[in-house]
Design a binder for this molecule. Structure first.
Ligand code: SAH
Ligand code: ZN
Ligand code: ZN
Ligand code: ZN
Ligand code: ZN
Length: 483
């Protein structure tokens, strides 16, 4: 069975987060996730395990029905296969290779095809590959691995989008100003790199940084206390106990420094498993707190597109979405060029106090006294809603019938009794928007109070089981422009 990207986490396929006892089988990316295929009119969908990290079955094709009996022989074969797909070197080995590499008297070579710093004994086997030569591989270059390594470009959801300098500096300056001296970088290699560069400059208080990322190429450049090969969709440390110990040591309070976590997960990623991993990190942090009556939540900045706001707030009700638009270097649409920038849809979701995160005036942000937070200049405060309503950076307008502000492109539709795009499929909205389980327009199936009851409603039977949630659909279409 093939899992299409659009199926997951939508109405057709849902994630079942399991508590404790049952152990999920593992693919090379660690424990798999349990999904449920919900079919029209059926009481209970069929459940199966699939890879937590890869949305593309071409990258990881692990599949197992929940009730499959797997033979001992099959299990052994699977373990063998998982081992064969692990990185060619352990992190320790990468570290000792790096030391040898730095000490090389004659020339340094980096194989661009294999994305590997080569030792002289290996030049031969890489002879026909594309190679960077000695003068290219200066100390300066080696301290910027995110420029040296080719961003991963997996077609589906796992492409690497690196922060533009100004967004990365904004993040780092903000954290530094707020007094954080330890940053847990989860899927933010460029921020990790910038922190180290800043320390090297020696002009400001040094900050510690630990990078957790699934891209093990970074193990070539960073020590075992600076980088852990980690999967943020199942909180899996590829380096086992030793690696999770590195996280605990980092989060501990002994050094007396405040810690914050910053994560920029792949946008096609699944919100629930991410939130689950972040909660586990937060829980690890909480258990290490010794001082009484301090902060109760680990400070987190989760970087994600604005249209995921409802999903993220469902998982983390204490979070606020800030107006800051995060820019990327290599995103086809959202880098800002000479022609002026396309507005990025990517925002910061955080449990920091919003007014403490000062957004740069020179980039068009202002402080709203009523909302007590910095907002984008186009986000005009609405006195009727009593808030700054815009989510996407455009000027929203108030609809007196809906009694709320809506996107500028929407019109109030009398037959639907709500605002919508002028060319919306009119009158169909129950089928398009309602709950797959009970047909209610007030919620989606995910939040249905009758979720575990039998699905007998005619409306739900008539609905398409391959529906995808709005946020997911838009994430899939990130390359196209916003509506
Ligand atoms: N803007 C960030 C990069 C974000 S791209 C920066 O400039 O630093 C997403 C990052 O998450 C990449 O570094 C990618 O390798 C990492 N990533 C993707 N899937 C992951 C997973 N399952 N677990 C951990 N990290 C992952
Ligand atoms: Zn996998
Ligand atoms: Zn309003
Ligand atoms: Zn309206
Ligand atoms: Zn209508």
């Amino acid at each position: 069975m093939q899992l299409k990207e659009s199926d997951e986490d939508g109405f057709g396929i849902e994630i079942v987060l399991q508590q404790g006892d049952r152990k999920a089988p593992s693919c090379v990316h660690g424990p798999t996730l349990l999904f449920e295929k919900v079919c029209k009119g059926e009481e209970k969908g069929r459940r199966f395990y699939a890879c937590s990290a890869c949305r593309d079955r071409k990258e990881c094709n692990f599949f197992q029905w929940e009730d499959d009996k797997v033979s001992e022989a099959r299990l052994l074969a699977r373990e063998e296969e998982n081992r064969s797909k692990m990185p060619p070197f352990t992190h320790q080995e990468y570290c000792s290779r790096f030391r040898k590499f730095l000490a090389l008297p004659l020339g340094r070579r980096f194989c661009q095809d294999c994305q590997l710093l080569l030792l002289p004994g290996e030049w031969e086997i890489h002879a026909s590959h594309k190679m960077s030569q000695a003068d290219d591989i200066t100390e300066a270059r080696l301290s910027r691995p995110s420029l040296m390594l080719k961003p991963l470009e997996n077609k589906k959801s796992n492409a690497q989008y690196l922060f533009a300098d100004r967004s990365c500096h904004f993040l780092l300056d903000t954290l530094a100003k707020l007094g954080y001296r330890k940053v847990l970088c989860v899927g933010t290699p460029r921020l990790h790199e910038l922190i180290r560069l800043r320390n090297q400059e020696g002009k400001s208080d040094p900050m510690k940084s630990l990078l957790l990322d699934i891209d093990f190429r970074y193990a070539q450049f960073y020590g075992t206390d600076e980088f852990c090969h980690y999967n943020m969709f199942n909180h899996h440390f590829f380096g086992g106990e030793a690696a999770s110990g590195v996280l605990r040591a980092f989060l501990g309070e002994e050094d007396g420094e405040k810690v914050i976590m910053v994560s920029d997960p792949p946008f096609g990623g699944l919100v629930k498993p991410l939130a689950h991993s972040f909660s586990q990190i937060s829980e690890t942090w909480r258990k290490l707190q010794t001082s009484e009556g301090g902060v109760v939540e680990m400070p987190i900045v989760w970087i994600f597109p604005y249209f995921f706001e409802p999903r993220i707030l469902e998982c983390f009700p204490s979070f606020t979405m800030l107006d800051y638009q995060v820019d990327y270097d290599n995103h086809p649409l959202y880098k800002h060029g000479k022609t002026g920038r396309k507005q990025s849809p990517v925002r910061l979701f955080t449990n920091l106090t919003p007014r403490d995160v000062v957004l740069p005036r020179e980039e068009g942000y202002r402080f709203c006294k009523v909302c007590a937070r910095y907002v984008w200049s186009g986000n005009k405060h609405c006195t009727k809603c009593n808030l700054c309503p815009s989510k996407d950076g455009r000027v929203w307008k108030h609809c007196s019938e809906c009694q709320k502000c809506v996107k500028p492109s929407w019109r109030h539709c009398q037959s639907c009794a709500r605002c919508a795009l002028p060319d919306h499929p009119c009158g169909n909205s129950p089928g398009l928007e309602g709950c797959f389980n009970c047909g209610s327009l007030k919620h989606k199936r995910r939040a249905c109070p009758l979720k575990d009851k039998r699905r007998t409603d005619n409306k739900s039977k008539a609905m398409n089981s391959k529906r995808t949630s709005g946020a997911q659909r838009r994430a899939n279409k990130l390359k196209k422009t916003t509506e």
